[in-house]
Design a protein around this ligand. Structure first.
Ligand SMILES: Cc1cc2nc3c(=O)[nH]c(=O)nc-3n(C[C@H](O)[C@H](O)[C@H](O)COP(=O)(O)OP(=O)(O)OC[C@H]3O[C@@H](n4cnc5c(N)ncnc54)[C@H](O)[C@@H]3O)c2cc1C
Length: 392
């Protein structure tokens, strides 16, 4: 087993590291006054990255990528996190829509959309989940009816991240109500500014409202916006969903940073005559976190090997998602235990530890066991598709 990176991969890393050092955008690391301001800054950041040829590196050259390998894309995400550069705003477009259109879209759709995704000229959202169709996505009820050379869409979507900033959305809708569950679903591209689209932001406990309810009333979509064949959208959605899991190099680096911060916090927090780091229970929890971050690295490398050999992550990627999301919550629980009531101080409060970052991060990671498939759903996938346990 060779766990080292090749010479070319190391020189790719070095080139990027130098670029990130030379092009540091200080605004990107500051806290923003509002979500609007954050999105504006992040669009500029993605444009700058794109000019440096660092967006969608794993896309084929003919569609604006660099034809980089999976390992190089992994390195890119690792280096971006190491430099504490922000996540790119167009990540739904880059990570989900692009690969789906490259695999299943018409040439016209690729030419129209792919360059604008890379350059952050247009932002995308994912219109999959509905109020009664999350884990059980194939029971979705949004309808698309063919009328001449258009589809007419009616229904409701929910938890749609960044819909209020999106120009386009990828939508799953039922085109054959008689067909059983996943069979009558189609995959469509929807103009988010079209008449009949209403977006209502949902306020979260972090105070942010980046996700939304989206109502679609008689929204007319050209038939040319159908991706792939009619009623075959479920298969296409599997391509999109497989790109949501896979490896998580960014999370790996973030958790290394969080682990260092946790050790620092334990040393800085007075307890009795000493500090929290003297407490054997806290020491044990930190040691466990250290071991978990190492295990997470190995999970990532195993998935990376799988992708290199077979071209896609496979059901084992559910292990990675399950592991890091639950590990993260344990890490944050330890931080909160050390902080005690001080953990309640956050955003702008002078007593807030780590500039309020612990509380924001704690709240954010509560969602990690829900998005991209809940922990229960990941366990079902692991049981059935990795371990071969029969369905009940
Ligand atoms: C931060 C965040 C961002 C998101 N962004 C988007 C987005 O941009 N676009 C989009 O389409 N969606 C998005 N989602 C929605 C996400 O995909 C769903 O929340 C997720 O699929 C779970 O669906 P649900 O919320 O309807 O919960 P439900 O499916 O109703 O689940 C409720 C509970 O029941 C459990 N459960 C359900 N089925 C089973 C089963 N078969 N076996 C065992 N337990 C089960 C679940 O694990 C969960 O605990 C986002 C979610 C979050 C948290």
């Amino acid at each position: 087993m060779d766990l080292s990176f090749s010479e070319e991969e190391e020189s790719f890393r070095l080139e990027l590291r130098r670029w990130l050092e030379a092009n540091r955008d200080d605004r990107a690391s500051t806290e923003f006054e509002s979500l609007d301001e954050e999105v504006r800054v992040l669009i500029d950041w993605q444009k700058k990255l794109h000019n440096g040829d660092w967006v969608g590196v794993h896309w084929p050259r003919e569609y604006g990528g660099r034809g980089a390998s999976t390992v190089e894309n992994y390195i890119l995400q690792e280096e971006m996190a190491r430099a504490q550069a922000p996540e790119i705003i167009g990540r739904i477009g880059i990570n989900l829509v692009g690969p789906t259109l490259i695999a299943h879209g018409s040439e016209e759709q690729k030419v129209r959309h792919l360059p604008n995704i890379l350059g952050a000229n247009e932002i995308w959202c994912q219109l999959f989940s509905e109020p009664n169709a999350g884990s059980d996505l194939s029971s979705l009820r949004c309808r698309a009816e063919r009328e001449g050379d258009e589809f007419v869409i009616n229904g409701q979507k929910t938890w749609t991240s960044y819909a209020q900033f999106a120009d386009w959305g990828i939508l799953l809708a039922r085109t054959d109500p008689q067909a059983k569950k996943s069979r009558g679903i189609s995959f469509l591209i929807v103009d988010m500014k079209a008449p009949g689209v209403t977006i209502r932001p949902l306020r979260q406990m972090t105070g942010s409202d980046e996700f939304n309810e989206v109502f679609l009333e008689d929204v007319r979509v050209p038939a040319a916006n159908l991706v792939g064949e009619i009623n075959r959208g479920w298969q296409i959605a599997q391509t999109t969903l497989s790109h949501e899991r896979g490896t998580s190099p960014r999370q790996l680096v973030i958790h290394r940073i969080l682990l260092d911060a946790l050790v620092q916090l334990a040393h800085d927090t007075p307890r009795g005559d000493g500090c929290a780091a003297d407490d054997p229970v806290i020491r044990q929890q930190i040691a466990r976190t250290f071991a978990e971050v190492e295990i997470f690295k190995l999970h990532n490398w195993r998935t990376l090997t799988q992708v290199r050999r077979h071209g896609k992550p496979g059901p084992e990627s559910s292990l990675v998602k399950l592991f890091w999301s639950e590990m993260s919550q344990r890490l944050h629980d330890t931080a909160m235990e050390i902080l005690g009531p001080r953990g309640l101080h956050w955003n702008g409060e002078p007593r807030a530890a780590w500039n309020g970052r612990w509380m924001r991060s704690y709240q954010y990671y509560r969602a990690a066991t829900i998005f991209a498939g809940t922990s229960e759903v990941q366990r079902n996938i692991i049981a059935q598709r990795v371990l071969g346990v029969p369905r009940a």
